[in-house]
Design a binder for this molecule. Structure first.
Ligand code: ZN
Length: 258
């Protein structure tokens, strides 16, 4: 039976570890120490390393892990990441035979030029979306275009509602403050704020989320909602009401929001 565990790293990163009690794979090991400790402590053998994009807090542990575990390293073909042995493009499949898994690769660029995501098959399956979609928020736009990031989020929103969303940072609580500024009248969002506060007070992760929860509470996936459009116009300077224009206004507004 597959288990998926968030290993905390740095201030607010999660390195997701998939394991069946014997074999394991990790997604976005920004540092090696916490991964190594977890594997040792639980007697797991690492079979693969997967990366979503090139930022140091997602790939910084690859070299050190590979000194100990000589395993394949998967990552986006379009980005330069030292240590990648298996470059990937959208539509490729990653086979993890030790875990009996085949993961799909999707293109979710925007945060970076070649950002990819990994789809876990089955029901509920899952998606490892790196820094593209966060609990109640989305990644910053660093290298792609606004339209690319918008389309990537739309692609994620099209996944089945019950799909677990494995984000790479614990940003949910701060993101909810912004979401409430966008949609103060969203009852589901208010409930999420209460749930999130309780989880964080107990020092527990707010992730994985689900696609359904994100569609109900994440303003970046709700750019056609009248209340979100109004907020984008009032505070984000949106002059048009199309979804991309609203998304773009929210993303820019969020950069300065505190
Ligand atoms: Zn990043």
């Amino acid at each position: 039976m597959l288990d998926i565990i968030p290993i905390p790293a740095f201030a607010d990163n999660y390195i997701w570890l998939l394991h069946d009690g014997r074999h394991a794979a990790v997604v976005d090991p920004g540092e090696a120490g916490p991964v190594h400790d977890y594997l040792e402590r639980h007697g797991l053998s690492l079979g693969a390393i997967l990366c979503t994009h090139h930022h140091g807090d997602h790939v910084g542990g690859i070299a050190e892990l590979r000194k100990v575990y000589n395993v394949p390293v998967y990552g986006p073909r379009e980005e330069h990441i030292a240590g990648i042995t298996h470059p990937l493009t959208a539509g490729d499949t990653v086979s993890l035979p030790e875990l009996g898994l085949k993961l799909g690769v999707i293109d979710i660029r925007g945060h970076t030029r070649g950002h990819i995501g990994y789809l876990l098959p089955g029901s509920p399956g899952g998606v490892f979306c790196g820094d593209t979609l966060f609990g109640c928020g989305c990644g910053r736009l660093f290298e792609g275009s606004m339209e690319e990031l918008f389309n990537s989020l739309r692609r994620l929103a099209e996944l089945p509602d019950d799909t677990p969303v494995y984000c790479a940072h614990e940003y949910t609580q701060a993101n909810i403050h912004f979401a409430l500024a966008c949609e103060p009248g969203n009852a589901r969002l208010k409930q999420r704020e209460a749930d999130t506060r309780a989880l964080r007070a107990a020092n527990r992760p707010t992730l994985p989320s689900t696609i359904a929860l994100e569609k109900a509470t994440n303003p970046f996936l709700r750019c056609a909602e009248p209340e979100v459009i109004r907020a984008a116009q009032q505070f984000g300077g949106a002059t048009e009401t199309g979804e991309l224009a609203v998304f773009s206004a929210l993303r820019n507004w969020k950069n300065h929001f505190s």
